[in-house]
Design a protein. Structure first.
Length: 224
């Protein structure tokens, strides 16, 4: 008779997640097409409640209109909105892009500040967007957490937090700082491919099965 497999301890889960994701996605690419800090900032802002694929379809036309804050500040909100409408929330996002472009020109000589607090002061830029820019544009250790990462972290027993803010704190505490920038992308890619909201309920994918072999019922996650 085979021995019943036990659920992994938290330290074992952390080690298995790191090992598995590094093997699957050793050099995870940035999913949003961009050419510099500014275009990444705008692309991340557009990705709120929108897929990366849709953003990448829209941004080429936006960059033809303006691909730097100086040019964007000289366009109108209506011109911006007409292009980004497929991304959703176009009225709010177009105003944010226009206003933050003007601020970048007026306060930072057109540069994107390499400071998370200053980024969060920009219109339409929340903590997650600022964290993505710090991580992916400037290479500073950050762990952007969205609702998808929040869901997977709960499925894998890495957090019991009810908010993305608490999940971010828990993940930063569990994983080495040098892994954060790749890890947040690796989790996103793994979730899309193996552990999506519909593709796995906490009992089907490799990580879920390995971390919790005794889990019989779907894992109900607390929404952020």
């Amino acid at each position: 008779m085979s021995e019943t497999k036990k659920n992994l301890l938290k330290a074992e889960r952390v080690a298995f997640v790191l090992k598995t994701l590094q093997e699957l996605y050793p050099k995870p690419p940035i999913p949003l097409d961009h050419s510099d800090e500014y275009t990444l900032l705008v692309a991340v802002l557009l990705s709120a409640q929108c897929t990366d694929e849709r953003v990448n379809q829209v941004t080429p036309d936006l960059w033809k209109l303006a691909d730097n804050p100086h040019d964007m500040a000289n366009k109108t909100i209506e011109e911006i909105k007409a292009i980004i409408r497929p991304c959703g929330l176009a009225p709010q996002k177009s105003k944010a892009i226009y206003n933050l472009s003007n601020i970048l020109v007026d306060k930072y000589a057109g540069d994107v500040p390499q400071d998370i607090d200053l980024l969060e002061e920009l219109p339409g830029v929340g903590h997650k967007t600022a964290s993505v820019v710090m991580s992916q544009a400037f290479g500073e250790p950050a762990f952007p957490v969205d609702t998808h990462i929040h869901r997977l972290a709960q499925r894998w027993g890495l957090t019991s937090g009810k908010s993305v803010a608490q999940t971010e704190k828990d993940l930063k505490r569990l994983f080495p700082k040098q892994s954060w920038n790749d890890l947040h992308l690796q989790i996103i890619y793994y979730g899309r491919e193996y552990c999506s909201a519909r593709g796995c309920d906490g009992t089907k994918c490799l990580i879920c099965r390995t971390c919790y072999p005794q889990r019989k019922k779907p894992k109900i996650t607390k929404k952020a």
